[in-house]
Design a protein around this ligand. Structure first.
Ligand code: UD1
Length: 430
């Protein structure tokens, strides 16, 4: 079993380059299904979720070639759609975008229920399906497969009673070629929604309002292939921003869009960290004492839920009591058990975590319960005294490109080690 082994208490100093946004890429790659042609997509992150998505496209008949490490050429001309089985969707939450893209292109789709990150609660896709139904698709489920079928998709007004990133993007994918006008109300406004809309518009779609809560889509009859560069990953950047502050280090984080990082920047400043914004980079450092603050996760432009676990680690080191409320997911505090084993003092009260600050973290064997929980464990390990071993790092590989190299280059002591019989350095020493 592979683990990350971290020797903590080292301040991170230097420069880190941010890769392309996972949550934009996992939608843009399946969106290529919507046109027959050759796409060149740049700034594609080299992470497991992307590899899984590309493998699915290949299995459908697309030709996928990396022209360099972050640029992929996708030839969709020979896609011979059948069905996407569970074997292919089980590791990838975002496989639900195949439903919207296939439905938009072929008027029918058959895709296994998605797997991927489970934060400890259910992750429904009822809003996605409600959107497809509003466009005229008949939805059925059978043996774990979701089927969507329409004679012809027809534009409609769709109101989401909950803000959903996935449902907003999925309906955009299905509606771009529908007849007439689709209006999505109470749409999500995340940066990757805008990125996907920009990509689709470059393919010839007519989408207006992405980035606001009302998106208008005039259906077009044909889309064409294009070349595109994916935006930088807001959450990868935010993770390193928090790591810089938590280790009392000094990082210049490059290839970012500072505007996308504003909610994280604001909270870091509230804690007493210094954040300097440049055109496409951001510097974060911390010298003196940091103090806690309250965080409430919200859809964009609120504080991102995907930064909640990482920020909670920082708050456990800050002075004072902080309250962290997750209003997006019902049960996203599973990782707290791991943190408390390292010495954090955190109590869960319903949807809130009450964080008693000034903890002295000590290295321990812990696991990555999910992707961002894993990122939180890395930050905790970087700050802890002694050695931390993180298992189940497969989750971290889903979303962080070259995390060991990026951190090692800025002074961290972190290694990926293989423990064939699940033995560990910590156990051997004990
Ligand atoms: C995306 C992100 C994920 C992030 C989340 C919220 C990707 C691939 N993943 O997930 O990292 O944590 O946005 O920012 O982009 N909901 C429903 N019914 C639905 C869909 C969602 O009730 O059909 C609820 C969810 O349970 C949740 C909330 O809506 O409480 C937000 O979920 P949503 O924005 O859809 O998350 P994802 O798109 O799955």
């Amino acid at each position: 079993m592979e683990k990350f082994v971290i020797k903590g208490s080292k301040a991170l100093r230097g420069e880190i380059n941010i890769s392309g946004a996972k949550n934009a890429a996992v939608a843009i790659l399946p969106a290529t299904i919507l046109a027959k042609g050759v796409f060149n997509i740049e700034n594609v992150p080299d992470i497991r979720d992307i590899n899984s998505m590309l493998e699915i496209l290949e299995a459908m008949g697309a030709e996928v070639v990396y022209t360099n490490r972050s640029t992929v050429r996708i030839d969709t001309r020979n896609i011979n759609f059948k069905a996407v089985p569970y074997e292919q969707t089980k590791n990838l939450r975002a496989s639900y975008y195949l439903l919207g893209a296939l439905l938009g292109m072929y008027n029918h789709a058959k895709v296994a229920m998605p797997g991927g990150c489970n934060f400890g609660g259910v992750r429904p896709i009822d809003l996605h399906l409600k959107g497809f139904s509003a466009l005229g698709a008949i939805i059925s489920t059978d043996g774990g497969m979701i089927k969507a079928k329409a004679q012809k998709l027809i534009g409609n007004s769709i109101y989401f009673d909950k803000v959903s990133v996935g449902a907003t993007i999925n309906v955009m994918l299905a509606a771009v070629k529908a007849r007439g006008i689709t209006v999505i109300e109470n749409a999500a406004r995340e940066p990757h929604i805008v990125d996907v809309a920009n990509f689709l518009n470059l393919m010839g779609a007519d989408i207006k309002g992405a980035g606001t809560d009302v998106i208008r889509i005039h259906g077009v009859s044909e889309l064409h292939a294009c070349n595109y560069s994916i935006i930088p990953d807001q959450i990868e950047a935010g993770t390193y921003m928090v790591a810089a502050a938590a280790t009392k280090g000094d990082l210049l984080i490059k290839n970012v869009i500072p505007k996308h990082l504003e909610p994280i920047t604001a909270k870091l400043r509230e804690c007493g960290a210094i954040v300097e914004e440049f055109d496409d980079s951001i510097r974060v450092y911390a010298t003196g004492r940091l103090h806690g603050c309250n965080i409430k996760t919200m859809p964009h432009p609120g504080f991102p839920t995907d930064m909640q676990p990482q920020f909670t680690v920082l708050l456990s080191l800050c002075e004072g009591i902080s309250i962290v409320t997750d209003s997006v997911w019902d049960n996203r505090f599973r990782y707290v058990d791991q943190l408390t084993r390292m010495g954090a003092q955190i109590q869960i009260e319903g949807k809130a975590a009450i964080v008693q600050g000034s903890a002295v973290l000590k290295g321990a064997p812990v696991k990555a319960d999910d992707l961002r929980a894993g990122a939180a464990m890395i930050i905790a390990g970087l700050c802890a005294k002694g050695t931390t071993e993180i298992e189940d790092i497969i989750h971290i590989d889903r979303g962080y490109e070259d995390v060991v190299k990026k951190l090692t280059d800025v002074g961290a002591s972190i290694a990926r080690m293989d423990f064939p019989n699940s033995a560990s350095l910590l156990n051997k020493r004990a």
